[in-house]
Design a protein around this ligand. Structure first.
Ligand code: HSE
Length: 431
C-alpha cells in the first residue's frame, strides 16, 4: 500500500459527473484495492451546486470556483465533464500545464483540438484519459490503441451515437414518429445538449475522428469528410429496407484500400445478417477488422450516466497505476500514418445505393428515370413501385448495383429536374 493518497478534482456535476460520484460511492474499496492507495474525490466544481443530483456527496467538497481545483497543488487528476469547447479547453490546458493528469469524455473538444491537447500533455508529461469520449461504457479506445497494436487496421464500422440508434430502432420497431422518439431520448439523458449534434451526425463524426486517429494514425478534421445525419429517413425507408432484408443504421466508416482512406458518416442500409444490424436501442457497436486478429465486435451502452462514468473511472484507475510506477508513458495514439497516401473524397467512393423517388403515377416515368441511370452507367438491381401516395404520386424504391457516388449524385440532379419527379430524391448507401 502506498501511503500518499491520490486526490481528484471533478469539473462538471451534471449527468455523467453524478455518475462518477456514484461509481466512487459504490466501488471505492474495489478501486482503492486495485491501485493500492487511498483515492480521494477532493473537490467538485460546478456553476450549480444547489441542485440535488440524487447521489450521496459531502457538501463541503462542492465549489463554484474552478481555481479550487486548478490551483490546488495536491490535486493530481482532473476530470473534465462540462463538455463543449470553452471554457473546457482552457481548464484542460491549465490543468496540464500544472502537471495534472486529465480524464475527459469531451469528444467535441478532442476532435477539434486533438493536436494542441496531446502536444501539451506530452510536453508536460501528463496523461489524458478519454475512453469515455467514444462508445460510452464500451472498452474501445484502449483495446484499439493497445491490445490491437500489432495489427494494421483495415476497416472500422461504428454505430457510435446512442440517440440516433435509439431513434432508428424505435421508429422501426414501433412505427413511431421521429420527433416523438427524439424527445424520449432527450428525457432519458442520451442526447447532447443540442440534439442536432446527434441527429445530424456531428457527434458521430467527432467520435470517428478519434477512432480514425487511433486506427489509422491520421488526424482528420470534420470539414474534411462527408457527414450526413438521419433527419431525412422516413418510416417508408425503414419499411422498404426491411423488405430488402436490411435495417438502417447511422454508420461511422473508416476503411483503407491500397493506401486510400475513406472516412464518412451517413445512414446506411445494413444487411440483417451483419452483426451491426443487431445493435439496437441506445447500444453502440464498433465492428473492426485487423489484418492479424480478423473481425472484432465491441458492444455496449454508448451513452448514459453510469456506463459513461464507468469509462471515466476506469481511466482514473489506469492513470493512478501509471503514477504508482512513476511511468508517464509517451503514449502514441495510432500507428504511423505511412499506410495512408490519400483520403478519398466522398464523390470518389463506389458502393450500392438505395433511392427513394416520389413520382407521378403515369406512363413513361420509369423509362425517363432508367434513361438517366443508363447514361450515367448505373445498373439497377431492383425497382418497386408502391401503390400509395399523395395526389396521384407514388413512391418508387430502387437499389443499384455497385456505382460511383459522383454518378449517383449526377443522376439525382437530372432526375430531380424531371417534371414527373415530385420531391427531393433520397439516396442511402448500402454497407
Ligand atoms: N449524445 C451521445 C449519444 C452521448 O447519444 O451517443 C454519448 O456521447
Amino acid at each position: 500500500m502506498i501511503n500518499k493518497a491520490v486526490n481528484i478534482g471533478l469539473i462538471g456535476f451534471g449527468t455523467i459527473g453524478s455518475g462518477v460520484v456514484e461509481n466512487f460511492n459504490l466501488n471505492l474499496p474495489l478501486i482503492e484495492d486495485k491501485v493500492g492507495r487511498k483515492v480521494v474525490l477532493k473537490k467538485i466544481v460546478d456553476l450549480d451546486i444547489a441542485t440535488d443530483r440524487g447521489v450521496n456527496v459531502d457538501p463541503g467538497i462542492l465549489s463554484t470556483d474552478v481555481n479550487d481545483i486548478l490551483e490546488d497543488p495536491e490535486i493530481d487528476i482532473v476530470i473534465e465533464l462540462i463538455g463543449g469547447y470553452q471554457p473546457a479547453l482552457n481548464f484542460i490546458l491549465t490543468a496540464i500545464s500544472r502537471g495534472k493528469h486529465v480524464v475527459t469524455a469531451n469528444k467535441a473538444l478532442l476532435a477539434k483540438h486533438w493536436e494542441e491537447v496531446m502536444a501539451s500533455a506530452q510536453k508536460n508529461r501528463v496523461r489524458i484519459g478519454f475512453e469515455a469520449s467514444v462508445g460510452g461504457g464500451i472498452p474501445l479506445l484502449k483495446p484499439l490503441n493497445e491490445s490491437l497494436a500489432s495489427n494494421n487496421i483495415e476497416s472500422i464500422y461504428g454505430i457510435i451515437n446512442g440517440t440516433a440508434n435509439y431513434i432508428l430502432t424505435k421508429m422501426a420497431d414501433e412505427q413511431r414518429d421521429f420527433a416523438e422518439v427524439l424527445k424520449e431520448a432527450q428525457e432519458k439523458g442520451y442526447a447532447e445538449a443540442d440534439p442536432t449534434f446527434d441527429i445530424e451526425g456531428h457527434d458521430t463524426a467527432q467520435k470517428l475522428i478519434i477512432l480514425t486517429k487511433l486506427g489509422f494514425g491520421v488526424y482528420i478534421k470534420q470539414e474534411e469528410f462527408h457527414v450526413e445525419g438521419i433527419t431525412r429517413i422516413t418510416l417508408d425507408d425503414i419499411e422498404y429496407a426491411r423488405e430488402l432484408g436490411c435495417s438502417i443504421k447511422l454508420l461511422a466508416i473508416s476503411t483503407i484500400t491500397d493506401g486510400e482512406l475513406e472516412v464518412r458518416v451517413h445512414p446506411t442500409l445494413v444487411d440483417e445478417k451483419h452483426l451491426l444490424s443487431s445493435i439496437n436501442d441506445v447500444y453502440n457497436g464498433v465492428y473492426l477488422i485487423g489484418d492479424v486478429v480478423g473481425p472484432v465486435l465491441m458492444y455496449g451502452q454508448g451513452a448514459g450516466m453510469m456506463p459513461t462514468a464507468s469509462a471515466v473511472v476506469g481511466d482514473v484507475i489506469d492513470i493512478i497505476e501509471g503514477m504508482n510506477c512513476k511511468i508517464v508513458k509517451n503514449v502514441k495514439y495510432g500507428p504511423a500514418k505511412v499506410r495512408v497516401t490519400h483520403v478519398k473524397d466522398i464523390s470518389d467512393i463506389q458502393t450500392k445505393y438505395y433511392l427513394r423517388l416520389i413520382v407521378d403515377d403515369k406512363p413513361g416515368v420509369l423509362h425517363a428515370i432508367s434513361g438517366i441511370l443508363k447514361d450515367l452507367n448505373i445498373s439497377v438491381d431492383s425497382v418497386t413501385q408502391k401503390g400509395y401516395g399523395k395526389e396521384g404520386s407514388v413512391p418508387i424504391f430502387m437499389v443499384t448495383h455497385q456505382a460511383a457516388e459522383k454518378n449517383i449524385r449526377e443522376a439525382v440532379k437530372y432526375m430531380e429536374k424531371l417534371e414527373m419527379v415530385k420531391d427531393e430524391i433520397v439516396f442511402i448507401r448500402l454497407l
